[in-house]
Design a protein around this ligand. Structure first.
Ligand code: MTE
Ligand code: MO
Length: 486
C-alpha cells in the first residue's frame, strides 16, 4: 500500500465518467472501481459515490447496507489520500451526522415502536398497538426515513410542477386554496414489511431493516387530487410517468424520489396530502406536503415533496431504479443483479399478520409466546386472536382464515372493513378469531393466518420460495407459536 501513489480528492472528483473511470475514496484509500462496475451491471449502485468519499455519502454510510462494498473495495485500491484530506472526509461525515440534530422530538417511542435505526429514524409499530384501532393514531404510525427530516419554512416553501420544459411554482396556500380537498382512508405499507422473516441461514442475509409485521399503518389522508392539479396546469395529456422528489437529499442533486405510471397518477385517489387523521402532517410524515399513492408500496408516497415532473421516463432516483425492485431468488448479491431487467415495484400484494396476542419484544426474536387469557376470554372460554389483512391496487379482502393444524383445516375470521367502491379498497381489514378453550392444546402450538382478496390472490405458505435479497413483499402465511399459561 505504501508504494502506491498519492491522489488528492480533487483528482478523485475528476473520475466520474466511463471515459475517465470511476474513482472513490474511503478512509485513507483511493479506489478505481471502473472494471468492477463494467463487470457487474448492478454494481452501478456504487456509482452513487463516484468522485467522492464514501464518508460523504451518508445514505450509504448510515445504513450500512453497503458492507459488501467495503469488503471488495481493497481489490480495487490504486492509491492513498494525503493525510490532511482524510480528516476532511472525517469532518464531512461528522457534518452529516449533524444534519440529524434537526429531526423532530419523538415521544413514547419505547411504548409504541420497535426502533430499527435512529439515524435515519426507522421505527415500526408494535403489533398489539397496530390492532388496537382501525385508524392508526399519528403518534403510533410507523416511520420510515432514508435520511434526516428536512426543516421547512412554510413561507418559503414552493412546490414545483412541470414537464422538463416549463415549470409552475405553487405555494402551500395556492395549493390548498385553489383545489378542492379530497379525503381517503388508506393503508400505507412498506414493501419491506415482514422482511425479518425472510432471513435464513441457507438462503442468505437480506439487506435492509429487518421489519417484523409493523411497517404498516392505516390513516385518513386529506389533500388535493394530483389529477386536479395536473389538469389545471395542462399536464394531464402527456408523459408516461409522474415523478416525485422530496426535500431530503443525499447530495444537493440527489433527493429522495420515485415515480408512478401516468394512469395511476390521474386516477381518483392519488393525493398531494397535507393532513393525516384530520391534522397537519407531522414532520416525520412529510410536512408540509406528501404524496399518497393508495394501493402501492409506501416508497412511492414521497414525503416532503417539493418537485413533481411529468415525463416519458421513470424517476432516475436510486430508490426507483435500484432499491425498490423485486430481484430474482437466484440473485444473492444485490450489486451483481441486472437492475434494468426488473421493474420497479408498484402495487402491494395480498398480506396478513397476527398482531394479538403478541410480545412486547421484537417479534422476530420470539420463538414461543406465553400468554395468559384476559378476563373477557376467561369469561367466554375463548382465546381472542386479532390481526390485519390488506391487498394492493385497490383489491378488497374477501376473507381471512386461521389454521391451528399447520394448514390442513382453516377457520373463518370475522372481518372489520370499510365498504369501499370496486377496486378502490385502500384501507386494511382488521380481523378477529375466537378459539374455544377446549380446542387449545396444552403444549405450545402454532397459529397461522392467511388472507384472500377478491381476485382470489392468496398468500404462499413459506417465505423460502419468494426469498429475494432485498427482502421485499414478504407475504408468506404468518405464524406465531403460543403457549397458554394456566
Ligand atoms: N419520502 C421521502 N422524501 N423520503 C423517504 O425516506 N420513505 C418512503 C416513503 N416516502 C421516504 C419517503 C418509504 S420507503 C415509506 S415505506 C414511506 O415513505 C413511509 O412513510 P411514513 O414514514 O409516513 O410511515
Ligand atoms: Mo418503504
Amino acid at each position: 500500500i505504501s508504494t502506491l501513489p498519492t491522489y488528492s480528492m480533487t483528482e478523485v472528483a475528476k473520475h466520474t465518467t466511463a471515459e475517465k473511470g470511476y474513482w472513490l475514496a474511503y478512509k485513507d484509500g483511493v479506489y478505481d472501481i471502473t472494471s468492477y462496475v463494467e463487470n457487474h451491471p448492478g454494481g452501478k449502485m456504487v456509482l452513487r459515490s463516484a468522485g467522492k468519499a464514501l464518508e460523504a455519502c451518508w445514505k450509504i454510510f448510515t445504513m450500512h447496507d453497503m458492507d459488501h462494498v467495503y469488503e471488495i473495495l481493497e481489490e480495487y485500491r490504486i492509491g492513498n489520500l494525503p493525510p490532511g484530506e482524510r480528516e476532511v472526509n472525517q469532518r464531512e461525515q461528522e457534518k452529516i451526522t449533524d444534519l440529524f440534530q434537526y429531526d423532530p422530538e419523538r415521544l413514547n417511542i419505547k411504548e409504541n415502536f420497535f426502533v430499527r435505526s435512529k439515524r435515519p429514524f426507522n421505527a415500526e409499530t408494535k403489533p398489539s398497538v397496530l390492532v388496537s384501532s382501525f385508524i392508526t393514531p399519528v403518534e403510533q404510525f410507523f416511520v420510515r426515513n432514508h435520511m434526516h427530516v428536512p426543516f421547512v419554512n412554510i413561507n418559503e416553501y414552493k412546490l414545483e410542477i412541470g414537464n422538463g420544459k416549463s415549470t409552475h411554482s405553487l405555494s402551500f396556500d395556492d395549493l390548498t386554496e385553489k383545489y378542492q380537498s379530497h379525503t381517503i382512508t388508506s393503508t400505507l405499507a412498506c414493501s419491506g414489511n415482514r422482511r425479518g422473516a425472510m432471513n435464513n441461514d441457507e438462503q442468505g442475509t437480506i439487506r435492509g431493516a429487518p421489519w417484523y409485521v409493523g411497517a404498516i399503518g392505516n390513516a385518513r389522508w386529506t389533500g388535493v387530487r394530483l389529477r386536479d392539479v395536473l389538469q389545471s396546469l395542462g399536464l394531464d395529456k402527456e408523459g408516461k410517468y409522474v415523478q416525485f422528489y422530496g426535500l431530503d437529499c443525499e447530495t444537493p442533486k440527489r433527493c429522495y424520489g420515485g415515480s408512478i405510471p401516468i394512469e395511476k397518477a390521474l386516477s381518483d385517489d392519488v393525493l398531494i396530502a397535507y393532513e393525516m387523521n384530520n391534522e397537519s402532517l407531522t414532520r416525520d410524515h412529510g410536512y408540509p406536503l406528501r404524496i399518497i399513492v393508495p394501493g402501492s408500496i409506501g416508497a412511492r408516497s414521497v414525503k416532503w415533496v417539493n418537485r413533481i415532473v411529468v415525463s416519458d421516463k421513470e424517476s432516475d432516483s436510486p430508490w426507483q431504479i435500484f432499491d425498490y425492485k423485486l430481484l430474482p431468488t437466484s440473485v444473492k448479491q444485490p450489486q451483481k443483479s441486472d437492475y434494468d431487467a426488473a421493474p420497479a415495484i408498484q402495487d402491494l400484494n395480498v398480506n396478513s399478520a397476527i398482531c394479538y396476542p403478541s410480545s412486547t419484544e421484537d417479534g422476530n426474536k420470539v420463538k414461543i409466546l406465553s400468554v395468559q387469557p384476559n378476563h373477557n376470554d376467561i369469561k367466554n372460554k375463548k382465546l381472542t386472536i386479532k390481526g390485519y389483512a390488506l391487498s394492493g391496487g385497490g383489491k378488497q379482502i374477501q376473507n381471512v382464515q386461521v389454521s391451528l393444524d399447520h394448514g390442513k383445516t382453516w377457520l373463518q375470521a370475522e372481518l372489520e372493513q370499510l365498504a369501499e367502491p370496486h377496486m378502490r379498497a385502500w384501507a386494511w381489514t382488521l380481523w378477529t378469531y375466537h378459539i374455544p378453550f377446549d380446542d387449545l392444546p396444552s403444549k405450545p402450538f402454532d397459529i397461522i393466518c392467511r388472507a384472500t382478496d377478491t381476485n382470489a390472490n392468496s398468500q404462499p405458505e413459506s417465505p423460502v420460495g419468494i426469498w429475494n435479497v432485498l427482502g421485499h413483499m414478504n407475504n408468506a402465511w404468518h405464524k406465531i407459536t403460543l403457549q397458554i399459561d394456566e
